[in-house]
Design a protein around this ligand. Structure first.
Ligand code: SAH
Length: 340
């Protein structure tokens, strides 16, 4: 039996037909779950007793659990326990324009970028779409607010869990449910080329961010071993195809590692690589992880790097730092230890 929070609208329609219910009830159920936050089938008062029993017999509706919440000024980190006993994390960030949630897509991660804490815990499994949906629902309930944008940048590589992530996006995007606009959803990938190609065909306005982190193969392979499989020039070509076919701007993520990839040389090389492309570069101040292998670039070096790109005509921003004091910043999520 599948969890009801894992059903896309159309799939729920089909499932209801299959269990001899009327298709229109899909909307009622979606509204209960996502608008009225009523998760108990017994309390869905516009459904008949027979339908309620039918739902109970055909769907589960159990939840992942919040295990711990840590809050700093502008961010809260949520540790969740899954039914299987594994842990994942999500981070809520409060901006002037609304609340955004960074969700996890896998338990652990197999990409193994050398600077990232998430990959220190190897992938245990993919998250089911309902486990991603429930991260949003539980945070909204606990924090008493609406999540207005979602970034799929927590633990895991979303394109290594493509189908469940796409279902998740379609569930939270549906107008009769959470109705989180596609333009308010961002998926971040380390650059799994075949999946970027699939994503081009999805015909959805979700934002794409690609973790580049280096402007040449030699350095990129040192930082991200996935570069050995999908190299930089193929990746750039794929990004070009994406832009051409979707007409959408791509975010290029570039984590600032002191004296590693933050020198003038890399700035100029990056500018050359991206020249003329409809992209913007997001410089991410590195959040130092516990093993201390890399240092964060000084604000001065970040600003210099920024200026080199700007001068070369590249759109560039420096990412605002969130929650680094609660280990909630990018790349610090790992959820391996509950007791600290
Ligand atoms: N697997 C996806 C999502 C990863 S997390 C991806 O690779 O894009 C989102 C971003 O944070 C990625 O660009 C990732 O490389 C970056 N990141 C990882 N560790 C970091 C750290 N310690 N400090 C800052 N950014 C980090």
């Amino acid at each position: 039996m599948k969890n009801i929070f894992g059903y896309k609208y159309n799939d729920l329609e089909n499932k209801l037909i299959q269990i001899n219910e009327k298709k229109y009830k899909t909307r009622q159920i979606y509204e209960w779950l996502y608008i009225h936050n009523e998760y108990d089938f017994n309390k869905m008062t516009n459904l008949s007793k027979a339908t309620i029993n039918n739902l109970k017999a055909n769907f589960t509706s159990d939840f992942i659990k919040i295990k711990k919440v840590q809050t700093s000024d502008n961010a809260s980190k949520y540790l969740f326990e899954l039914k299987c006993g594994s842990y994942i994390e999500a981070v809520l960030m409060k901006h002037d324009y609304g609340n955004s949630l960074c969700v996890s897509s896998q338990v652990g991660c197999n990409i193994g970028c050398s600077f990232c804490a998430s990959g220190k815990l190897l992938k245990v499994r993919n998250l089911e779409s309902y486990e991603m949906v429930q991260q949003i629902l539980l945070v909204e309930k606990e924090a008493g607010l609406r999540v207005s944008s979602v970034v799929i940048m927590g633990i895991g590589e979303p394109f290594d869990n493509y189908d469940n992530v796409m279902d998740f996006i379609r569930i939270i995007n549906h107008p009769y449910g959470l109705a989180i606009g596609a333009r308010h959803i961002t998926i971040s990938t380390c650059g799994i080329i075949p999946k970027i190609k699939d994503f081009i065909e999805e015909n959805i306005q979700v934002n794409l961010a690609v973790s580049l982190h280096a402007p040449n193969n030699e350095l990129r392979s040192k930082l991200m071993k996935i570069n050995e499989v999908y190299n930089l020039s193929d990746l750039i070509n794929t990004i070009r195809q994406y832009i051409e076919k979707t007409n959408r701007r791509v975010t290029i993520e570039y984590v600032m590692l002191e004296y590693i990839n933050d020198n003038k040389k890399e700035a100029l090389e990056l500018a050359k690589l991206l020249r003329g492309m409809n992209v913007y570069v997001n410089l991410i101040p590195y959040n130092e992880t516990h093993d201390g292998e890399y240092k964060k670039s000084s604000p001065k070096r970040i600003k210099e790097f920024y200026d080199y790109l700007k001068k070369a005509g590249i759109n560039v921003t420096i990412r605002k730092e969130f929650g680094s004091n609660i280990d909630a910043a990018c790349g610090q999520l790992r959820a391996s230890e509950v007791e600290e």
